[in-house]
Design a protein around this ligand. Structure first.
Ligand code: ADP
Ligand code: MG
Ligand code: MG
Length: 252
């Protein structure tokens, strides 16, 4: 469903992704690990179409469609969702309004009518429950005064409401205590299904005890340098990344 071929991308004239190859089938969960500064977040940002990232080569197709020329809203319409690394605070805009606006925007792009407010409130309350957030969070300003764990659970709720087909989770675990991590992992696991794929970027093997991936890849120096099953995460925890850093020139 997502096919990334020889992807090259730069930030401020500096090449960060240097020919990255990755294929993800429907329903699969792929974990991406790798040293700091390797380009993991850059990959998510490039796929989501975030500003400031210049694609200089290669392709990325989602369900057969090249997404690299689309603007971020169009990518969301195609079912892509990037979560977790930079939760924005929007004081003065209630979380409920924000969530509804984001769902309506995607529905509009997809040619579907907006949900009516009563319907949406009911849905949002259900999702609040599912991620273990009090319903009062719907009335508060977006992320305003939320703890790290609350921001992530809120974003998970947004993801549940949007029902994307490709979810990219960047450092889902950073700043989470074990209870919050379990809530987020349970939410992700509940969303796993045969038509939805996940890219889970993490520094720590620990998360992968809760979100068990089908494949683990090491991204080092702008390329995938090793791929394996979930046991690769354990090996990395034991050995670190040093033995891989120079990578193989062919990627994976
Ligand atoms: P990772 O997520 O693997 O730790 P990143 O993708 O965040 O790595 O960063 C890869 C490299 O790109 C780093 O050297 C980082 O400093 C640089 N980089 C990423 N985003 C930006 C940006 N917006 N502006 C300047 N440099 C950036
Ligand atoms: Mg980093
Ligand atoms: Mg990162």
């Amino acid at each position: 469903m997502i096919e990334i071929k020889d992807l090259k991308a730069s930030v401020e004239e500096k090449e960060i992704l240097k020919g990255l190859n990755l294929n993800i089938g429907p329903g699969e969960v792929h974990a991406i690990m790798g040293p700091n500064g390797a380009g993991k977040s850059t990959l998510g940002n490039v796929l989501a179409g975030r500003e400031g990232y210049e694609v200089t080569g290669g392709s990325a197709t989602l369900n057969g469609k090249d997404i690299l020329d689309l603007d971020p809203e169009e990518r969301a319409r195609e079912g892509l969702f990037l979560a977790f690394q930079y939760p924005v605070e929007i004081p003065g805009v209630s979380n409920l309004e924000f969530l509804k606006a984001s769902v309506d925007a995607v529905r509009e792009q997809q040619g579907k009518p907006a949900l009516d407010s009563v319907q949406f409130l009911k849905l949002a309350r259900e999702k609040c429950k599912a991620v273990n957030l009090d319903q009062s969070f719907l009335k508060r300003g977006v992320n305003e005064g939320f703890s790290g764990g609350e921001k992530k659970r809120n974003e998970l709720m947004q993801m549940m409401l949007l029902e994307p087909s490709l979810c990219i989770l960047d450092e889902t675990d950073s700043g989470l205590d074990i209870d919050a991590l379990q809530v987020v992992a349970e939410g992700v696991n509940a969303m796993r299904d045969e038509n939805r794929s996940f890219i889970v970027v993490t520094h720590y093997q620990r998360l992968l005890d809760y979100i068990v991936p089908d494949y683990v890849h090491v991204l080092a120096n702008g390329r995938i340098v090793k791929s394996g099953g979930k046991e690769l995460a354990l090996e990395l925890e034991e050995k670190g990344y040093g033995w891989l850093e120079n990578g193989n020139e062919n990627g994976a």
